[in-house]
Ligand binder design. Structure first.
Ligand SMILES: *Cc1c(COP(=O)(O)O)cnc(C)c1O
Length: 465
């Protein structure tokens, strides 16, 4: 990649770096008139970035914050690679294709070597593709039966915001099963209540954003089998495995959630979450080739060669996909299992210790879902702090431990959550526990005046990342 022309490299800086004058906010929004010295501009931006948070202490995000030096090196080598340009970068294209089939194998597609799938920018784009395929397949079935295609609906539990986007952007009625009491996940019973001839599918989440738990894909699949036997209604399942699709295959190989269940027609996953790839890659796969409607595929020939494309984006960096492939080869099932098992153990360790603190009731203890834990206050009304206060206090020490309210009908429930990702260590867990204890001691000494702050609900949502 040619980053500089010779003239630019030899040109002396003409004046001080404009972008570094932060005196007036308005000024930083002006497009600079003159060119500037590369090194000075680099230093200026580098200094600004130093003030970003320390991602290792961010226990809110699901995304990769630790990568091997080899991955950094590959990312640098791939800076010029456009993954859509399969003619110019056939090796990158072949690597993407290999990843798709390796994932199909991992997720037990009956036709792993020939099924269809693609990389995406993340699970959000993959979810749009999965939802669109459900919608088009439903339309095809309805048209063949001579029935109306006006009012498609999609059933789901407490989902990540991408599914709300899908339904609004693509005009599908959302049938969201609300949380009720202690039931914070989708159940087969609640799914059945909402199925009708306009249901394009059910989204089951393997690793719910709010509580980290896995929804019961197998039970829902069995219930839908029975429904089909009795009524003829065919309702396919899409699994949102943003996190879980890179966890369950390694840590719970016997859990039935994937293409072993014939009703599971498509799966999305975030390569940049527990797939451990750098930010910017997700995956969408279909069980068998015919599960992806042909209308979603476009043939494009203006980059040379003829190539099918069915993503929402066009140009996209290739580095993340190549690094995903690096992870598959570097770790294998063994390496992923080791890392995920260790993370899960740290989650359970924190859950045990935090339960001992006293004021907290553990909702998810790190067993059976995403590595991590979440809790609520045992007695929010009688407490001298809220979980939002607690999160703020920990934030002062650099730890990002988000507190957030739940979706309908449990908006009253405030949960605090920790995610354990690769790179988090036992020593960091112990540091965090010490900070958490000292924050509790602080509230003991100087209680928050709850009358002043009021019962907090909205405006504190850190949940969706
Ligand atoms: C993170 C997440 C998404 C969105 O994925 P991105 O890769 O951030 O686009 C969707 N669903 C679930 C369950 C998630 O955890």
């Amino acid at each position: 990649m040619a980053l500089h022309t010779t003239e630019e490299l030899t040109a002396a800086p003409t004046h001080a770096v404009e972008t570094c004058s932060h005196d007036a906010a308005a000024e930083t929004y002006l497009f600079p008139e003159r060119k500037q010295d590369a090194h000075q501009v680099y230093e200026c931006i580098h200094q600004q970035l130093v003030l970003d948070g320390n991602s290792q202490q961010n226990l809110a995000t699901f995304c990769t914050t630790w990568i091997e030096p080899e991955v950094e090196q590959l990312m640098a080598e791939c800076a010029d690679k456009n993954m859509i340009d399969k003619d110019e970068y056939p090796q990158t294209a072949a690597i993407e294709e290999r990843c798709v089939h390796m994932l199909a194998d991992l997720w037990n597609s009956p036709e792993a070597a020939t099924t269809i799938g693609c990389s995406t920018t993340g699970s959000s784009e993959a979810a749009m593709l999965g939802g669109l395929a459900l919608k088009l397949n439903w339309r095809k079935r309805r048209k063949a039966a001579g029935k109306s295609i006006d009012t498609p609906n999609l059933i789901m539990g407490p989902v990540q915001v991408c599914w709300h986007k899908f339904c609004r952007y693509f005009d599908v009625e959302i049938r969201e099963v609300p949380m009720e009491g202690d039931s914070l996940l989708l159940t087969a019973e609640e799914v059945l209540k909402r199925c009708d001839e306009n249901t394009i599918g059910v989204v089951v989440t393997l690793g719910v954003t709010f509580t980290l738990q896995f929804e019961p894909v197998h039970a829902i699949s069995l219930a839908l089998d029975k429904l089909e036997e009795e009524t003829g209604l065919h309702v396919p399942i899409h699994v949102d495995g943003a996190s879980g699709a890179f966890l369950a295959p390694f840590t719970q190989p016997d859990l039935l959630w994937d293409f072993r269940l014939p009703r599971v027609k498509s799966i999305n996953a975030s390569g940049h979450k527990f797939g451990l790839a750098p930010l910017g890659v997700g995956w969408a796969l279909w069980r068998e080739k015919q599960d992806l409607p042909e209308e979603l595929i476009f043939e494009v020939n203006y980059l040379g060669g003829n190539m099918p494309t069915f993503a929402l984006n066009f140009s996209r960096p290739g580095g993340e996909i190549i690094c995903q492939y690096y992870n598959f080869l570097r770790l294998g099932k063994e390496g992923y299992r080791e890392i995920q098992t260790e993370c899960a153990a740290l989650g359970r360790y924190l859950a045990e210790r935090i339960a001992e603190f006293g004021p907290f009731k553990i909702i998810y203890d790190g067993e059976g879902g995403i590595p991590g834990l979440c809790w609520e206050l045992k007695d929010p009304a009688g407490s001298n702090f809220t979980l939002y206060d607690y999160a703020d206090r920990l934030r002062e020490r650099g730890w990002l431990v988000p507190a957030y309210s739940q979706p309908p009908n449990r908006e009253d429930l405030v949960i605090q959550r920790i995610l354990i990702r690769h790179g988090f260590t036992r020593a960091m867990a112990d540091e965090l526990l010490a900070e958490m204890q000292s924050a509790l001691a602080h509230f003991e000494e100087s209680p928050i005046d709850m009358a002043l702050t009021g019962a907090e609900t909205g405006g504190h949502d850190h949940s969706g990342r």
